[in-house]
Design a binder for this molecule. Structure first.
Ligand SMILES: O=c1[nH]c(=O)c2[nH]c(=O)[nH]c2[nH]1
Length: 286
């Protein structure tokens, strides 16, 4: 039997970095989790254990901390690009770097005091290769939203296993995970983030929904319409089902007032919206 090495990459996952930037008595915090992943000339290490081309994952972690000190973190996309470009430029054996960052927000409650910002997490995934190509995908996850009305679901296939009752008034709740691809690496990432987030929330609230799929498309479309610098949006949204409780055993009616919030199973609605002329994604989504 002959076998060969397949696709591979390696790196340090989830390096947790908190940076306190002091402006006199006023402090600013950046709280991130950085995952680096490198690939290149890695035949020997896998086949014979020769580590000569391997930049240790421990070094990758140290680079994250050193770069935070040297350059600051700033916008996570820019920090990720700086790291990815460094790994590829500094090591001949490294041909491609992928850097993923999650950022946890803190809201100020005093000059040096903060409270964690809801559950929402800002994300990015960047790639950089030895040919100088860079891609940037920004995102957010765990943005939990609910409409207490304005959502219907009916007209679906009914077969011998269907028990779901059609509804013209239900709760629509989800935890939005959204990612958007920038046409070029070099956008104003912070402004785009705020704008896309606002579009997602506005479209979720403002769409009279006949399905979560329809709402998903409206959210992606709104973001693309408002943000010229992005060319593709991908969304994953669990349908957090809320079932009206049958209170008739207790002699009570229930006109869409008391619900059982189920946590599983949940519908999972995923989809992308992209410009007709979106440039080729290349490795952006890998
Ligand atoms: O918005 C919805 N889309 C579905 O595809 C679906 N399927 C289901 O059971 N409920 C729902 N709701």
């Amino acid at each position: 039997m002959t076998v060969k090495l397949g696709a591979n990459r390696y790196g340090k996952a989830e390096t947790r970095l908190v940076q306190v930037v002091r402006q006199g008595p006023v402090h600013h915090v950046k709280d991130v989790s950085v995952s680096t992943s490198l690939s290149g000339d890695m035949e020997a290490v896998h086949l014979t254990g020769d580590n000569a081309t391997v930049l240790p994952t421990d070094t990758q972690k140290n680079t994250v901390y050193a770069f935070a000190r040297r350059h600051g973190v700033g916008q996570i996309e820019a920090f990720a690009l700086r790291l990815a470009r460094h790994f590829v430029a500094s090591q001949r054996s490294i041909h491609h770097a992928r850097v993923e960052i999650e950022e946890y927000g803190w809201n100020r409650t005093g000059p040096h005091s903060f409270v964690r910002d809801g559950g929402e997490v800002r994300t990015c995934v960047v790639h950089h290769d030895e040919d100088g190509r860079s891609t940037v995908v920004s995102g957010l996850k765990d943005l939990v939203v609910m409409n207490s009305t304005g959502s219907e679901f009916h007209g679906y296939i009914v077969d011998e296993y269907t028990t779901l009752e059609p509804t013209t008034d239900r709760i629509l709740a989800t935890a939005v995970a959204a990612q958007w691809r920038h046409s070029d690496a070099g956008s104003d990432y912070g402004t785009a983030y705020a704008e896309v987030r606002r579009c997602l929330l506005d479209a979720f609230a403002g769409t009279h929904s006949l399905s979560l799929q329809q709402t998903l498309y409206a959210m992606g479309e709104r973001a693309l319409t408002a943000c010229p610098e992005i060319c593709e949006v991908r969304l994953a949204m669990p349908n957090k089902h809320h079932f009206p409780v049958d209170l008739s055993p207790f002699g009570l009616d229930n006109d869409n007032e008391v619900f059982f919030a189920a946590d599983r199973p949940y519908g999972l609605i995923e989809g992308g919206v992209l410009r007709e002329d979106a440039p080729d994604a290349g490795f952006a989504w890998e």
